[in-house]
Structure formats: C-alpha cells, structure tokens
Write a new protein. Structure first.
Length: 249
C-alpha cells in the first residue's frame, strides 16, 4: 500500500495534465474538474472538506470549502460531517485509503454489499445518500477530503486510484489559491521567474548568469527578491513554493 501512497504524491507533484502546470487561477476553475470526477463516479453531488485547527488535536474540525448541493448545501454538509467527521479526522492521520459509506436503507437492500479493494467501508448511517471520500494529505493547511455522494460505492480499483490522484490536484489547487491570496501584491517579474526556474532545474548562480547574460550579482539579487516576495526563508523554499503556485514547473 505504501507504493500506492507514494504514487499519489509523486503524480500530484509531477507535470501531469492535472499537476502544477494546470493550476487553477480561481475557484471557478476547480468546479469543472469536480463535475468531471462526479460524472466518472456516477455521483449526484460533490463536496470538498478541509480540516481546520491544524496542530490542535482537540480543536480540529471539518469545514466544507466547495460543494454543489445547492440550497441544501448546509444541511447535507452538516449531516455528512456529523455522521462521519470524527472518523474522517482520525482516519487521515493513519491512512490514505478512500472511505465509502451507504445509507442504512441501501445497506439493508444490498445485504452488506461486496468488499471493494483499496477502500475502507464505514458503517451505515442514517444519511439519505451513499458516497465515497478521498483523503488528501498535503501538510497542515492542505489536509481534507474530496467527497462524492449519491453514487455507487462498489467502484473498480483503477477508477478509485485515478479519482484519488485527481483529488490530490483539487486540494493542491485550493491550497495554491489560498497562498496566492496571502502573497504580497507585488508579483514575480519575468527575470525572477526565469532565475527561479533555472535554479529549480539545478543550476547554480554562475550557470544562470551565463544562461541569461547577467552578472552573478544580478542573478543573486533576483533570487533574493523572489525569495522575499514568496515569503520564503531561503532559495529552496522559494523554488518549492513557486512550483506549488504554478509560477515554474
């Protein structure tokens, strides 16, 4: 199972069609991706749940960031969180297995259903809908679930893995948008981006200077100003943050 978890993280960090190169520029860009996933899973609705209160075990709770439940959004999200919120928060600390559930009525009709590989089956609840929730761990501010309700819970393993990978990208989009909002209003210049990109490719200041026709002092100045703008503590962190935000790849 560890190799599957590694594959999820590696794909989330790669330049795949759903990776950093296609980071959403606004929340409206995330909805079509969620709708596509919803259709693939034959679900009726989706919800993106984030865990707040990081670092405070007794204060952590799930909050609904995005959903398409319409007028019943608050009612449905509150019902889902009340039914499985504690289980979701506990589970994400231990495993990245997706979690599925059925309403008590559906459970009774199916006689318990088949065991599906690569998922953890929750006990039936009084919720009026079945569903699946994909856990995502991306650090203190990027932990949560991408959940789909109203669809079948017996899903082929290859679809489970594919949709789990896409769930990572959804959460990465949200995290990147949050970080963009907290960045200084002054954005990176073309030269700063170019220097960060080459530094991210493993080139040292002297090599970057020769590549761009600049002095080493100027290259270091661009990298220094980019690090400050990215609110990073050093060049390595600035490069990592620039990749996550979609400035470089």
């Amino acid at each position: 199972m560890a190799s599957w978890h590694t594959a999820l993280r590696n794909d989330a960090d790669s330049g795949s069609p759903y990776g950093a190169g296609s980071r959403a520029s606004s929340r409206s860009d995330i909805f079509p991706k969620l709708v596509t996933m919803q259709k693939t899973l034959h679900a009726r609705n989706f919800a993106v749940l984030r865990i707040s209160g990081a670092g405070l075990p007794n204060k952590r709770k799930l909050i609904c960031e995005l959903d398409n439940w319409g007028a019943l959004a608050s009612e449905h999200s509150n019902a889902l969180i009340e039914a499985y919120g504690d289980a979701f928060i506990h589970h994400i600390d231990l495993s990245l297995l997706p979690m599925t559930w059925q309403s008590s009525d559906a459970e009774a009709r199916s006689g318990g259903g088949e065991t599906v590989p690569l998922v953890r089956k929750l006990e039936a609840s009084s919720l009026g809908f079945s569903g699946i929730a994909f856990p995502v761990r991306l650090g203190a501010l990027g932990n949560g679930y991408v959940a789909f309700s109203g669809g079948p819970v017996n899903i082929a393993s290859e679809i489970v893995i594919d949709q789990h990978v896409r769930s990572f990208h959804i959460m990465m989009d949200l995290l990147a948008l949050d970080e963009r909002r907290t960045l200084p209003s002054e954005t990176l210049s073309e030269r700063e981006i170019a220097c960060l990109q080459l530094a991210g490719d493993g080139q040292i200041s002297e090599e970057i200077a020769e590549r761009l026709g600049l002095s080493v002092h100027t290259v270091n100045a661009y990298l220094g100003s980019a690090t400050i703008k990215m609110d990073a503590v050093n060049r390595i962190q600035a490069i990592a943050k620039a990749i996550r935000l979609g400035y470089i790849h």
